[in-house]
Design a protein around this ligand. Sequence first.
Ligand SMILES: [Zn+2]
Length: 415
Amino acid sequence: MLEQQTYIKKCIKELAEITERNKPYTRLVFSEEFYSARRWLAREFNKLDLSIRTDHAGNLIGTLRSEYDNKKKVMVGSHLDTVQAGGRYDGVAGIVSSLAIAKHFRENNIKLPFHLEICDYLGEELNEWNISCLGTRGLSGLLDREILSRQDANQRILKDEINKIGGNTDKLNKKSDGFTDVLACFELHIEQGRVLEAAEKKIGIVKSIPSISRHKIRIEGRASHSGTTPMTERKDALVAASHIITFIDVEATKLSKKANRHFVATIGKIDNYPNAATIISGKVDLILDLRVVDANYRSEFLKKLSAEVNSVSLSRNVGVEVIDVAFSPYVELNSKVNKFIERSTKDLGYSYIYMDSGAGHDTAHLARSAPASMIFIPCKDGLSHCPEEYASTDNILKGTEVIARSILALAGEIV
Ligand SMILES: [Zn+2]
């Protein structure tokens, strides 16, 4: 598939240019830039003579139709949206790779016994409505009324945005027909970590996507004058928060060693009230982001956190409450699809390892309803969600070849 190298480069360059001005690389879902990237993709679909449609969940799909009269299909794809000031490869690598596969099959007149759908899954990144993976959740019947009626800071209702882009949220109540007759789903994605680079491997075959949960830790102290309140009479919410943050870091480090599989806990967001130099902190909200493969370690960690929270509450004289705000369960990816991937990788002579994903992905939602899996390719220094994000065209091409070959193997199997 070497002939696709120039095409891959060209597509990545063109998509990188579709960004909010002075803020590389930004295409938030439903923004002007996002619409513009979708028009770009539709043009590419047209050039490849694919039939184009938007499904009920707002996913944009180009189909390489099979000449065989059946409904069976294979899905490949990823996402066009980015985070604020993100990179050029997150999501894009998978979209471009899927286009290159369709182009390769077209140019070499390869006929498949099933339809091949190239998908831009709508809004994979966490957005203003506090929900990620819109398109694949929609396909799996996981966008309920509460989520669809959420508003962002500009009073935009999520449902309206999905319908404006071509979806039909009235038809999303149950699993949409998007999953009938799906033989397999493949996604290529940059690893967004350093595992492949450190192991000097080209392909990561993904075994699982961790459970991701977010918990708000609310600490209620008493705001008072920083000059007149003696040290012994304070109810300082921020000091209590600092004890909890340190505990989380120390305990998660211990458990991650013990678990020997993916286990990470992060406090990346603090809201401190009233947040003034002369006032002792009266209230703090922390958001704990917890990503775990093994559910036993998750409960062990939350149990220990709860004990710690009680002890900090007593020793620092504050109220502490832990509130669950989001949860998506641990998902194992399809082992049969992974066998196809492994065989293709071996045939091509590329080095590989099986690994757990650290991040959430569209494939986690697909895998609940269809045989789905994904591969990772190395990204430089493990950097992602930042402008420095980089994956070489050579590595994207290698991953693309692995998926193309897996699709052909699948075709051989069912003909
Ligand atoms: Zn992504």
